[in-house]
Design a protein around this ligand. Structure first.
Ligand SMILES: *[C@@H]1O[C@H](CO)[C@@H](O)[C@H](O)[C@H]1NC(C)=O
Ligand SMILES: *[C@@H]1O[C@H](CO)[C@@H](O)[C@H](O)[C@H]1NC(C)=O
Ligand SMILES: *[C@@H]1O[C@H](CO)[C@@H](O)[C@H](O)[C@H]1NC(C)=O
Length: 244
């Protein structure tokens, strides 16, 4: 009979990586695992996935040093149950195109107070259930032309308190159910031709505290080809010129 060789204790622990340990220290479940929240992770990309359960409805990632979401980052089993996702006050946030693809039940997303400067093409593609997208109070200076592609069910889009200077043509053209578009307190100077094209359900467009030249605005900001925004009766624009 052979004796089993002696196995040193650290080897028994090899199944647990240092990332797992960090996640255990900095993340927590509440409400019977329906909420999973992480604060101050050093690198979100590698940590969170395996801790989500089929009961996770709300995911919170806050105050991390770095959060980088690569294409298809969320196309993994348990992300598809998440309904509510908050990504807030992270130090470096970078989101690649198709990053949220697979989160088919996501309805409410808040991305606020991060150092997040560029919203890339197709960032939100695949979020077929998304109703609220709150991007307020980041440092967004550029929104690429196809950034909001595929968001047919979106009702509210809040981009207030950022640094956007141009509304590109057809930027919102997939948002056929959008009712509220908040763009106040940016630095918008130019609305390109058809900048607001396709927003056929819109009730409120808030453009307060930007620097849009009114002639440019009325000439180019058409909702539908031929319709000037100010002629649409069910539609309210609030706009105060920013003092320069
Ligand atoms: C997304 O995940 C599903 C299920 O695991 C898989 O079948 C599909 O190929 C993935 N798609 C992409 C583009 O990664
Ligand atoms: C915001 O973005 C600008 C460039 O677009 C950059 O110069 C500035 O440092 C950023 N501020 C923060 C707080 O990240
Ligand atoms: C984003 O999409 C637009 C329109 O399809 C394209 O012109 C632009 O080059 C894209 N931007 C990047 C960085 O790929």
């Amino acid at each position: 009979m052979k004796l089993l060789p002696f196995i040193p204790l650290p080897l028994l622990l090899l199944g647990v990586s240092s990332q797992d340990l960090e996640t255990k220290n900095k993340c927590s479940y509440t409400l019977g695992k329906s909420v999973f929240a992480c604060a101050e992770l050093t690198d979100v990309n590698k940590n969170v996935d395996q801790f989500l359960t089929p009961n996770t409805r709300m995911l919170i990632i806050k105050t991390s040093e770095k959060a980088m979401f690569t294409p298809y980052h969320h196309n993994k089993t348990n992300y598809k149950y998440v309904v509510n996702y908050n990504i807030v006050e992270n130090n470096k946030l970078d989101i690649e195109e198709m990053a949220f693809y697979g989160m088919v039940n996501l309805r409410y997303m808040k991305i606020n107070g991060n150092s997040y400067s560029r919203v890339k093409n197709h960032t939100f593609k695949g979020l077929d259930s998304l109703e609220l997208l709150n991007l307020a109070g980041n440092n967004i200076s550029e929104i690429e032309k196809d950034a909001f592609s595929g968001l047919q069910n979106l009702i509210t889009l809040d981009i207030a308190n950022n640094n956007v200077d141009v509304v590109k043509s057809n930027l919102f053209s997939d948002l056929i159910n959008l009712k509220t578009l908040l763009l106040e307190r940016n630095n918008i100077k130019i609305v390109e031709e058809n900048g607001f094209f396709g927003l056929t359900s819109l009730n409120l467009l808030d453009l307060n505290f930007n620097s849009i030249r009114t002639p440019t605005f009325s000439k180019f900001a058409t909702l539908k080809y031929g319709d000037k925004v100010e002629e649409l009766s069910n539609f309210k624009i609030v706009q105060k010129e920013q003092k320069e």
